[in-house]
Ligand binder design. Structure first.
Ligand code: SF4
Length: 114
């Protein structure tokens, strides 16, 4: 048995999953069962971070993944973010890295510089 706290909604249900049968208990809704199975087999996260800019008034700009990414790729993702520097003013939602690490996930801005 493994336990996870469901982060899908603010209820934060404590989920227990049987590693052999994948039976989930403790969930108040079906999304909890999906969450627990994903956490057990392939945990994913939305990642928020900062990237450097050379734009006056902005030392850094906040960015995030537009979809969840495999948790095991987060360190490689942070290395990719450290490689880039934004050189022009961008609108919120602008793509700064497309298909990062060949994951079909884009890195987008979460603040408006314009
Ligand atoms: S199991 Fe359902 S109700 Fe409970 S935290 Fe997850 S999404 Fe929310």
């Amino acid at each position: 048995m493994k336990q996870f706290t469901c982060t899908t909604c603010p209820n934060g249900c404590l989920l227990t999953i049987d590693e052999k049968t994948l039976e989930v208990t403790g969930n108040k809704c079906p999304r909890g069962a999906i969450f627990a199975k994903n956490e057990l087999t392939c945990p994913k996260r939305t990642v928020c971070s900062l990237v450097k800019t050379t734009v006056p008034g902005y030392n850094v700009i906040s960015v995030k993944t537009n979809k969840e990414i495999d948790k095991k790729l987060i360190m490689d993702l942070m290395k990719e973010l450290n490689k880039i520097t934004i050189k022009e003013k961008l609108s919120i939602g602008s793509i700064v890295i497309k298909n990062v690490l060949n994951t079909d996930v884009d890195i987008i801005t979460t603040e408006d510089m314009k």
